[in-house]
Ligand binder design. Structure first.
Ligand SMILES: C[S@@+](CC[C@H](N)C(=O)[O-])C[C@H]1O[C@@H](n2cnc3c(N)ncnc32)[C@H](O)[C@@H]1O
Length: 211
């Protein structure tokens, strides 16, 4: 079977309709609520939303953070995010088109990095966890929201992505990359109906701190 990679052009094409999906909006709201419960957010923090898309997760957090960079490889997603930031007159949020797997910036540091539904699109999990570690201040927070391990039916067998994550395995990878205090919560579930019936895909939030 020829595998399909969901590249930046794919997400460019989805950008204008992204926020119309009520499941995406509710998922982001629930993740934001769980992050507020786990992480002592404050307005001195500089934050990176990696794979931000249109910023669905950053907008419900913006009043609790100092400066937020919305980073994504899709120019289309970031164009929508930029319009939303301008419409709300927010000057502490900026967008940047960067793929950290190819071009990790050398001299930037954040107090918090969060990433929602993006880790499964990144082939080398260990590498991106090390990049996140390198971009965080000592004691800085990492928050990863993604799918629990599934059988590949979420995207379909032809799509080249991780089929969710086993929590214990991801915790071990995070610890090997230099993170401690790894905690998981179940924050949401996505129901998908196909010919074979309805399947439920839980979404976790993993929080951890840079050692
Ligand atoms: C499933 S969407 C999630 C968007 C947003 N976080 C949300 O929860 O609505 C995945 C996002 O990750 C971005 N992405 C995928 N691979 C990436 C990479 N290597 N670097 C930066 N962004 C990436 C895509 O462009 C897309 O915007």
């Amino acid at each position: 079977m020829n595998k399909v990679v969901l590249d930046a052009a794919h997400f460019d094409g989805k950008a204008r309709e992204w926020d119309a999906n009520p499941v995406f909006r509710e998922r982001a709201e629930r993740i934001a609520r769980a992050m507020r419960a786990r992480i002592p957010l404050d307005r001195t923090m500089t934050a990176l939303d990696y794979g931000s898309g249109t910023g669905l997760l950053s907008f419900p957090l913006q009043d609790a953070l100092g400066r937020i960079t919305l980073m994504d490889s899709s120019a289309g997603m970031l164009a929508v995010a930029r319009e939303k930031i301008a419409a709300q007159g927010l000057n502490h949020m900026t967008v940047r088109q960067v793929d950290l797997t190819a071009d990790p910036p050398a001299d930037e540091r954040y107090d918090l990095i969060y990433t929602s539904m993006t880790l499964h699109h990144i082939p080398d999990t260990d590498h991106i966890l090390r990049v996140f570690h390198g971009l965080l201040e000592p004691g800085g927070w990492l928050a990863v929201a993604d799918l629990d391990r599934e059988d590949g039916s979420f995207h379909g067998p032809e799509v080249e992505v991780h089929h969710g994550f086993d929590r214990a395995e991801l915790a071990a990878r995070a610890e090997a990359a230099g993170f401690g205090e790894v905690v998981f919560d179940t924050v949401f579930a996505i129901d998908k109906t196909k010919d074979t019936g309805t399947r439920r895909y839980p979404v976790f939030l993993m929080t951890a701190r840079r050692r």
